[in-house]
Design a protein around this ligand. Sequence first.
Ligand code: ADE
Length: 259
Amino acid sequence: MTTTGTRPDIEGTKAEVQRIGFIFAMRAEGEGLVKRLGLKAQGRLDPDLPAVWFSGRVEGGSGGRNLEIAIAFAGEDPYHGCDRIGTLPATLAAYLLCRRFRPDLLVNAGTCGGFQREGASIGAVYVGGGDFLFHDRRIPLPKFDAFGIGRIPAIVDEAMRMALGAESGVISTGDSFEPTAEEQKFFERERVTCKEMEAASIASLSRDLGIRFLAVKAVTDLVDHPEPEKSAFARNLNRVSEILEERLIKLLEWMKVRE
Ligand code: ADE
């Protein structure tokens, strides 16, 4: 279990958050939430790109707060017939969503590879804590080396983390699914709990745009385990996406309640 990066001093942001934008890389990770919330398809975020979005309202009920919700997906690659996973499509979709929807809080939700040595197990849910890192931007030049690694501070609202029932853990982002030996050393040195393919780039965008950011990642596979990541990922994707959906619903239920 890691509890890195929690900042009690910024607790209490709930009252300032009414518009929540979610960005998912894969359709399978977020389509359950779209259906569950009854969001309406809004089409493409840009006519020339495959990224799509959905929006609607979550009613607060008597005494509660209404929430405006938008969910964006990076979209399907028309050349290869698969979801456009990875940093570039996710950042583009997140940028377009922020400009169109103007969220008070941007949430990158999805799945990740976890590390058993940091306490992760299949189905566990984490919020990004400590710093967001990039593990595949190796640039051995002064200043560019640090730029490559990123170290974008995660600002964790403790109450939100608890509403999600999630632990806090260091998330590292890269554009490859399978890690190199050098990246494996990086994960160990930096005590990475979650390895995935989008969060740090969206954290960087959110910092530039001055928008609160939260990464919520559910573990589909264990990187430091003999079973290949890709086999466990394929087997667990749907089940773990359902777990993620339940936790995001819990977050929204909590957000609705006035304090
Ligand atoms: N998403 C889910 N599992 C992953 C892994 N092992 N690496 C990168 N992204 C992932």
